[in-house]
Ligand binder design. Structure first.
Ligand SMILES: Nc1ncnc2c1ncn2[C@@H]1O[C@H](COP(=O)(O)OP(=O)(O)OP(=O)(O)O)[C@@H](O)[C@H]1O
Ligand SMILES: [Mg+2]
Length: 233
């Protein structure tokens, strides 16, 4: 579904990604774990088209994306739920969801919204309220639901568990797992390595702009280096 080869990206003179290689098969949940500043967000923004790349290739469903604008990537099925949720706080929950469907004018939008409400009943209860009044966990659910309104085949999730109470963190990881039933392929970026590797099929470890380890999620969870560096064990 998605192949990244030799991807580099820079902020001015500083290179943040030093040649990233990874691939995601259709139907997989793949995670990238790494500490603060490793380059995870930069990578996701390169994939969604919000951050320019300076070298390398992004191939999504057989097509090279390097210079494709962000909205065209969404049209092709690649949607992102950004770090820090980035919901529109002054708009209602329903308006936020409709913005996620800005590409579409068909009747399916209403059905998609009903599906979103089935998945996140709290959003239905609050559909006419300003999104800024939602709790952190509810805002995260809204950010994921909004991305799903774009009908992605591949969903990029940037630290969905960040800043949430433990019980909500579990709920969010359950939501990630449920993407399997929706047949949505997931690339999940997380500092919460334990949670992310627990729901993923495979994982990559990223350190200062490079992939340093990769493998089946269970193997990474059991790896002494991962346990020491990311799980505090
Ligand atoms: N707008 C920017 N201008 C300059 N440097 C930046 C900018 N955004 C990020 N960087 C730098 O790029 C590197 C990677 O940052 P990035 O935000 O991608 O990391 P991250 O893995 O997402 O971290 P976190 O887990 O804290 O979200 C860091 O060294 C960071 O300081
Ligand atoms: Mg980040």
């Amino acid at each position: 579904m998605l192949t990244v080869e030799g991807l580099r990206s820079r902020y001015g003179r500083i290179e943040a990604l030093h040649g990233i290689d990874l691939h995601i098969d259709s139907g997989e949940i793949v995670t990238i774990v790494g500490a603060n500043g490793a380059g995870k967000t930069t990578l996701l923004r390169c994939l969604s088209g919000l951050q320019p790349i300076s070298a390398g290739q992004i191939i999504f469903r057989g097509e090279a994306l390097a210079t494709t604008p962000a909205y065209k990537r969404l049209e092709r099925g690649l949607a992102q739920s950004p770090e820090g949720r980035q919901i529109f706080t002054n708009l209602t929950v329903e308006e936020n969801l409709r913005l996620g469907a800005f590409l579409f004018t068909d009747d399916r939008v209403d059905r998609d919204m009903e599906n979103a409400f089935q998945m996140f009943p709290i959003l239905k209860e609050k559909r006419n309220l300003a999104a800024g009044g939602l709790s952190g966990g509810q805002q995260q659910m809204l950010a994921i639901a909004r991305a799903l309104m774009g009908r992605p085949s591949c969903l990029l999730l940037d630290e969905p568990s960040m800043g949430l109470a433990p019980i909500l963190v579990q709920q969010i990881f359950d939501v990630v797992k449920s993407m399997r039933d929706l047949k949505v392929t997931v690339l999940l970026v997380e500092q919460n390595a334990f949670g992310a590797l627990s729901v993923a099929d495979r994982g990559y470890v990223m350190e200062t702009g490079r992939i340093t380890m990769e493998g089946p999620a269970g193997e990474l969870l059991a790896d002494p280096r991962v346990r020491e560096a990311y799980l505090g064990i």
